[in-house]
Design a protein around this ligand. Structure first.
Ligand code: PSU
Ligand code: MN
Length: 302
């Protein structure tokens, strides 16, 4: 690999060299997932949650064409208000690097960089999936989980998506879906979609054992670890569903397409539910960061 391909934050480089636990964090939720200034507060809150749980955070982004593993507080502040940042999944990297542009990494993009950097665990909010009513609009996140060996900790996928088809696609591609302290797939704002998972683990050491088995087998697939939003911050299912139904209708009516679909739906659901969804969003992001740090710790200890 070209030694200049990745630019590491010194703290992240040192942690990786000394085999201390590191957790990757994405940047699309900063640029396309949440409005300013909540995005900046939440992104630094996730970094803090990782640290408090004994691991080193590495927020990943592309800055002027340079893939950066562990951005500084100043760089985070810049991204929180930057315009014209490309949302980067696999197909976007050659373009953003060649054009020396700014790029925010999605779940797919962050997995690619984490794997190149030797980071095994990544925390996000919700993954992309198969869109409701548009079964050929399948997020690149699912195809990345099929081919890149990183553990992604999430609160499930938002109910703006078709959750049964999302799980079917993961099954087709051989991606294990592990529930941390849950037996069904969480639905982001709400704790329980009713859809059963492959396995439930109540201890992070059990999850680390599954990740090690995958390594032993030499499989290149990712692993999805789902953990529900903390109960006290759950959004009532009826509130979430009503807002989602309206947002979906608006997206179809306006002909929103391609990579704009997910940011549009996220913003509308957030506006329609006001503070309630915001509280759930922030709580689950910090919870996922903490759980990811614990898993990274268990992996490093083994
Ligand atoms: N879900 C959220 N918040 C987000 C995203 C998903 O609750 O910010 C972002 C993630 O970066 C995810 C991306 O990887 O949206 C998926 O976009 P698409 O559906 O276009 O693949
Ligand atoms: Mn899409």
């Amino acid at each position: 690999m070209d030694p200049n391909l990745l630019k590491f934050h010194p703290e992240v480089r040192e942690a990786l060299e000394t085999r201390r636990p590191v957790v990757a964090l994405e940047s699309t939720l900063i640029t396309h997932g949440l409005p300013y200034p909540v995005n900046q507060e939440v992104a630094s809150g996730m970094e803090k949650a990782v640290r408090d749980a004994g691991a080193v955070p590495a927020t990943i982004a592309v800055l002027k064409g340079q893939i950066t593993v562990g951005i500084t507080a100043d760089q985070l502040a810049y991204l929180a208000q930057a315009k014209d940042v490309r949302k980067c999944s696999r197909r976007d990297f050659p373009i953003v690097l060649a054009q020396k542009g700014d790029g925010a990494t999605t779940v797919a993009g962050t997995m690619i960089v984490a794997h190149l950097a030797g980071i095994r665990v990544f925390a996000t909010g919700g993954i992309g999936g198969v869109h409701r009513g548009h079964p050929f609009d399948v997020s690149a996140d699912l195809l990345e989980l099929a081919q890149t060996p990183v553990a992604v900790v999430c609160a499930g996928a938002k109910a703006i998506l078709d959750l049964p088809l999302t799980l079917e696609t993961l099954e087709t591609h051989g991606v294990p879906v592990v529930g941390y302290r849950c037996s069904t797939f969480p639905a982001f704002y709400t704790r329980d979609s009713g859809l059963p998972l492959d396995v439930r683990c109540d201890d992070v050491a059990e999850i680390a054992a599954i990740l090690r088995s995958r390594e032993t087998l030499g499989f290149k697939t990712g692993t999805l670890v789902a953990t529900p939003v903390p109960a006290e911050h759950e959004l009532p299912a009826a509130v979430a569903e009503k807002a989602i139904a309206q947002a979906l209708q608006e997206a179809d009516a306006r002909g929103v397409r391609g990579k704009e679909v997910t940011p549009f739906l996220l913003a509308r659901v957030s506006e329609l539910t006001h503070e309630e969804s915001r509280t759930a969003n922030v709580a689950l992001l910090e919870n996922n960061a903490r759980v990811a740090a614990q898993i990274a710790g268990a992996l490093a200890a083994s």
